[in-house]
Structure formats: structure tokens, C-alpha cells
Design a protein around this ligand. Structure first.
Ligand code: NAD
Length: 362
């Protein structure tokens, strides 16, 4: 029996998780998959209930499961800059760290039927297929941080620190992933300024010796942000640190047209992983049926593929999403005048129906 922890979180999280669960329920029944799932609280909802963004007991359950399916956390109700006050996002950092989910995979795919939703030109976009591989448990987000004051006034700092082993394992995954893609890794850093980037570059070059059939180039992060808009087709796997990956993956999301379309996987060295959309809790559209559930549904597909080894079912979900988009159904974030506007719930049902049709033919 495989166990999944489902953490809907805040804002649109519970709405889009519902749509993914409909699909999981259908596939479990149809293929007699031995999958159990259990819900848990994370983020603002957990702060409201327990005063902390995630309970140790929930973390333990995540550790003992095969995979975690997460919605999103956060919202204005819990926004605080007060030191010591719990923040919903602290739970995400804690889960990533406690489960040692050191690798974040964010695939960026261009849907032909959605090319017009992007702000970039069709000729720049067609053929773009990028995987952003972001280091997730090191660097400045986890380094020492402090606020204090001296004779010049108040100051704050955050330290970017990487160990060799942290760079080695993410670099190795980058080269392995490139092997089953287009065979190219672009390692992104700021080695002209930062010592931590100079170590990053040195280690990536060392690991590359084990994967000489893979093309490797290095690019500064400022240039990368420009090249992603100028010529995104040049990229295959973008390998980068925690903070640079955070920023660049949002930029790549916009290449695809909407942040509501992109899934992500955060993996450990074994098959345990946490799967979530790349977007946040979108409090501005909460409860209005406007949320696009596709990123969440594709996160479920990644979960089935990477943690449960169910490639067939993952393929079925991805094909169903393609078909529904081809047929012209759109949530508000990707809507164009000549298309059919649908709600979150409708979009989920349409994808389930398409899955049923695909299964009939399988
Ligand atoms: P956001 O990603 O929530 O929203 C940015 C914009 O994209 C908004 O206009 C929103 O309506 C839209 N959007 C996002 N997801 C969408 C979807 N599925 N369908 C349609 N439109 C969608 O980012 P934000 O507004 O900067 O942050 C809101 C909250 O989410 C904050 O509290 C932030 O800290 C939190 N956050 C959480 C995560 C996470 O849980 N992993 C990630 C980023 C931000």
C-alpha cells in the first residue's frame, strides 16, 4: 500500500486540491491502485488551529508516506514582519528541510493551444522545453540570518552558504536528468561576484567529468534572466541555487503563459517527494471559482510518475490536460475571447471526463 499525505493549505489550495483528488480517486478505482491518502494542515490554517504552521506529528506523517501533495500556503491574514511570529511559509521550509527534499524540478512546457496566452512571440516560444532544477535545502534561505544594530544604525543580514556535498548531489541530478532530455546543462551562478558561486562553479565542473557526454555551460544569473526572454529555446536543464532558482522559475512560468499551469516536484535521494504547483495561494481569487487547477493536477501526475512509479497514469493525466486545452476550455487566467470560460470545478470535471475517455481506449 502506498501512502500520500495531502496538505491543501490556504487560499485556493483546498479548491485546486479537490480537483486533483477527484482524479486520484478515479484512477485508484479504475486501475485498482493500492493508494491511501490522508489530509493534514499546513500554513495559515495550522497557525489558526494550533498556533504553529505545521505540527511535528504532520511532519512525521509526511516522512512516513511515499509522497506529499501540497496546495499552497499563505495569505494577508498571516502576513507579518514581526520577528518570532509564525509565518505560513515557515512550514514549507521546514518540510523541505526535515524531509531533505534537496532538489526542486520545475518543468516548463509550451502548450501549442496556449501560445497566445504568453506575452512573448510565437516564434520565440515554439519548441521551448525547459527544466529548472533548483537546489532547495541550502543557500541563503537556510543560512544564518540576523537583525541587529550598531553605531551606524539598524542592519540585517542573510548568509548564502553552500557545502560541496550539496552542490555535488544537485549537479549530479542535473546531469542525469539532462541525459534523458536534450543533453545540455546550463549552470547559473554569480561567480563574478560571489564566493559561494565560485565554489558552485568549481564543483559543477568536477561533477561534469563523470558526465562528459552532457554539454555544460555556465551563465551568470543576470544574463540568464535576459536570455530566457530573448531566446528561451537555448535552454534544456537550468541548474541553479535556491534563491536564483526561485526567481528564474517564476520568469520561466510566464514564458508558458500562466503561473496556474506549472507543477513542481521536490525530491529526496530516494523516491519520497513533495509535489505542488509553483504558484502561491492566490488570495485575490480565493473562493470565486477562478483558480486554474491544472498546475495542481499536473503536480499529481508528477507524483504518480516520480514517487509511485505509475508512468501510465501520469501520461493519462497529462494527455487529458492537453486535450481539454486543445478543445478550447479555459479558466480565467488563460482565457481568450474565442474560447470557453470555465470554473475551477468545471475544469477538474472536464479533465476527469477526458481521462475516462482515454481509459476506455486503454
Ligand atoms: P500567487 O502565486 O499566489 O499569485 C500571483 C498571481 O497569480 C495572483 O494574481 C493570482 O491570482 C495568480 N494565480 C496564482 N495561482 C493561480 C491559479 N492557480 N489560477 C489562476 N491564477 C493564479 O503569489 P502572491 O500573490 O505573491 O502570493 C500570495 C500568497 O501566497 C502569499 O502569502 C505568499 O507568501 C504565498 N506563496 C505561497 C507559495 C507556496 O505555497 N508554495 C508560493 C508563493 C507564494
Amino acid at each position: 500500500m502506498k501512502n500520500i499525505m495531502v496538505l491543501p493549505g490556504d487560499g485556493i489550495g483546498p479548491e485546486i486540491i479537490n480537483e486533483a483528488i477527484k482524479i486520484l480517486d478515479f484512477l485508484t478505482l479504475r486501475y485498482d491502485l493500492k493508494i491511501n491518502y490522508e489530509y493534514g494542515d499546513i500554513g495559515g490554517i495550522a497557525i489558526d488551529k494550533y498556533g504553529i504552521p505545521i505540527k511535528d506529528e504532520t511532519i512525521e506523517k509526511c516522512k512516513n508516506s511515499n509522497a506529499v501533495l501540497l496546495g499552497a500556503v499563505g495569505g494577508p491574514k498571516w502576513d507579518t514582519t514581526l520577528p518570532g511570529k509564525p509565518r505560513p511559509e515557515d512550514a514549507l521550509l521546514k518540510v523541505r528541510k526535515d524531509l531533505d527534499l534537496f532538489a526542486n524540478l520545475r518543468p516548463v512546457k509550451i502548450y501549442k493551444s496556449l501560445i497566445s496566452s504568453s506575452t512573448l512571440k510565437e516564434e520565440v516560444l515554439s519548441g521551448v522545453d525547459i527544466l529548472v532544477l533548483r537546489e532547495l535545502t541550502g543557500g541563503i534561505y537556510f543560512g544564518e540570518k540576523k537583525r541587529s544594530s550598531d553605531e551606524k544604525g539598524e542592519y540585517a543580514y542573510d548568509i548564502e552558504k553552500y557545502y560541496t556535498y550539496e552542490v555535488e548531489r544537485i549537479a549530479r541530478l542535473g546531469f542525469k536528468t539532462a541525459k534523458i532530455r536534450k543533453g545540455k546543462v546550463t549552470s547559473v551562478d554569480k561567480a563574478n561576484i560571489l564566493e559561494s558561486s565560485r565554489l558552485w562553479r568549481e564543483i559543477v565542473n568536477n561533477v561534469h567529468k563523470e558526465y562528459e557526454d552532457i554539454e555544460l555551460n555556465h551563465m551568470y544569473v543576470d544574463n540568464t534572466s535576459m536570455q530566457l526572454i530573448r531566446n528561451p529555446k537555448q535552454f534544456d536543464v537550468i541548474l541553479t541555487s535556491n534563491m536564483f532558482g526561485d526567481i528564474l522559475s517564476d520568469e520561466t512560468a510566464m514564458i508558458s503563459g500562466s503561473i496556474g499551469l506549472l507543477p513542481s516536484a521536490s525530491l529526496r535521494e530516494d523516491s519520497l517527494g513533495m509535489y505542488e504547483p509553483i504558484h502561491g495561494s492566490a488570495p485575490d481569487i480565493q473562493g470565486q471559482g477562478k483558480a486554474n487547477p491544472i498546475a495542481q493536477i499536473l503536480s499529481l501526475a508528477m507524483l504518480l510518475r516520480y514517487s509511485l512509479n505509475l508512468a501510465l497514469q501520469a501520461d493519462i493525466i497529462e494527455k487529458a490536460v492537453d486535450t481539454v486545452l486543445e478543445k478550447g476550455y479555459r479558466t480565467a487566467d488563460i482565457y481568450d475571447d474565442d474560447k470557453k470560460l470555465v470554473s475551477t470545478n468545471d475544469m477538474g470535471n472536464l479533465i476527469v471526463n477526458e481521462i475516462k475517455i482515454i481509459c476506455l481506449n486503454n
